[in-house]
Write a protein that binds this ligand. Structure first.
Ligand code: ZN
Length: 314
C-alpha cells in the first residue's frame, strides 16, 4: 500500500516578499520579507523533505532517484519535472521572461526551460499583473527595451481572486504587489530580468539579462484563448475545474462541499490544500498542506469542506 507523501516546504526571502505565508497559512517563515514557499520541489535550490511516514526526512530528489515506482511514466525524466510554489508579492516582482527547453539547454548548462501558470489565491482590490507587451515586432521590442520605455512596453491587466494565467516561455510577465499566487511550473529557476524598477538589493541593482530577454521574448505578444479554464463537473458534492493542459503539466482545481473521490491513475499527482480542512482517506488535512499522491495509489476520498489544486506532469 503506497502512502501520501506530505512535504516540508522550503522558504525563500526576497526584496519583494512579505509575511502572508505566515498570516494566511501559518507557516514558520524566516522573515517578514519572505517571498516564496517552495511547497513541492526537488530542485537543487530547494529540495523538500518528506514530513512523515515511511520516507520521513528523505528529500524528494532522493525519492525520485531511488523510488521510481512512486512516480509512474514520467519517472524516466532526468529530474522531478515540476515545482509548486506559493508566492507572496508584497511589492512588485521584476518584469521577466523565461526561456524554453531548447534555449535553456543550450545557454544554461542543460537546465530545463520554464513554463508556468498562476492561480490567484488572493489580491488587493486594485491589483494588476503584467502579461505580454505592446511591441509590434522584434525591432520595436528592442527599441522599447533599450529606450527604457517601460510604461509603453508592458501590458498590465487587472486581476481578481480565482483568476488563472498560463505563462509560456517567451511571454513577458510580472506578479505585482498585493498578490498571493499558487504557481505550478517546470522545475527550473532560469529567469531573465528585463526591468527591475531600478531597485537596489543590498545596495546594488539586481542583474538584468537584456540580451537573453531580447533572444527569447516573443513579439508580437499573442493572447492564447485556449488557455482559459472550464468547469468539468459541478454537483452537490463539489465542483471540479480544468485549469490548463500544456506540454509539461495538467492542472485542475476541486472545491469539495462534503466528499469527493479522485483517482489520479498511473502517474503521480501534486496536491495543495488551499482552503478549509477535512480528511483524505481518513488522514487529516488542512489549508497550507501539500502532498504527492504516488502513481497507482488508487482512489483519494476527500471528506470535509476544502479546496485543492492538483497537477500532473506530462
Ligand atoms: Zn516567471
Amino acid at each position: 500500500m503506497k502512502e501520501l507523501l506530505f512535504m516540508e516546504p522550503v522558504f525563500k526571502e526576497a526584496i519583494w516578499g512579505g509575511s502572508r505565508l505566515n498570516e494566511v497559512y501559518g507557516y514558520t517563515i524566516p522573515s517578514d520579507h519572505t517571498g516564496e514557499c517552495w511547497a513541492i520541489s526537488a530542485h537543487k535550490s530547494g529540495d523538500c523533505k518528506i514530513a512523515s511516514g515511511t520516507f520521513a526526512g528523505h528529500t524528494l530528489s532522493s525519492l525520485w532517484e531511488d523510488h521510481k515506482e512512486l512516480f509512474g511514466s514520467t519517472s524516466s525524466q532526468k529530474v522531478f519535472p515540476l515545482l509548486i510554489k506559493i508566492i507572496d508579492a508584497k511589492k512588485d516582482l521584476s518584469i521577466q521572461v523565461h526561456p524554453d527547453n531548447a534555449y535553456a539547454a543550450e545557454h544554461e548548462n542543460g537546465s530545463l526551460g520554464k513554463t508556468e501558470c498562476w492561480y490567484v489565491l488572493d489580491c488587493d482590490e486594485d491589483a494588476t499583473i503584467v502579461i505580454g507587451h505592446n511591441a509590434k515586432d522584434k525591432e520595436e521590442l528592442r527599441e522599447m527595451i533599450e529606450g527604457k520605455r517601460w510604461s509603453e512596453f508592458i501590458r498590465q491587466i487587472p486581476v481578481k481572486k480565482g483568476d488563472f494565467f498560463q505563462i509560456n516561455p517567451g511571454c513577458v510577465h510580472a506578479i505585482k504587489g498585493g498578490t498571493l499566487i499558487l504557481e505550478t511550473q517546470q522545475s527550473s529557476d532560469i529567469t531573465y530580468r528585463v526591468y527591475d524598477y531600478d531597485r537596489l538589493s543590498d545596495g546594488k541593482p539586481r542583474q538584468l539579462h537584456i540580451k537573453q530577454s531580447l533572444d527569447v521574448i516573443e513579439a508580437p505578444y499573442k493572447v492564447r484563448e485556449g488557455d482559459k479554464p472550464y468547469v468539468e463537473a459541478d454537483n452537490e458534492h463539489g465542483k471540479k475545474q480544468h485549469l490548463v493542459t500544456c506540454d509539461y503539466y495538467t492542472c485542475g482545481k476541486v472545491d469539495v462541499k462534503d466528499c469527493w473521490e479522485e483517482d489520479f491513475g498511473s502517474d503521480f499527482a501534486n496536491v495543495s490544500i488551499l482552503e478549509g480542512h477535512g480528511t483524505v482517506n481518513g488522514i487529516p488535512v488542512s489549508k497550507g498542506q501539500h502532498f504527492i499522491v504516488p502513481a497507482d495509489y488508487g482512489c483519494c476520498r476527500f471528506e470535509g469542506e476544502l479546496s485543492f489544486i492538483w497537477s500532473q506532469a506530462r
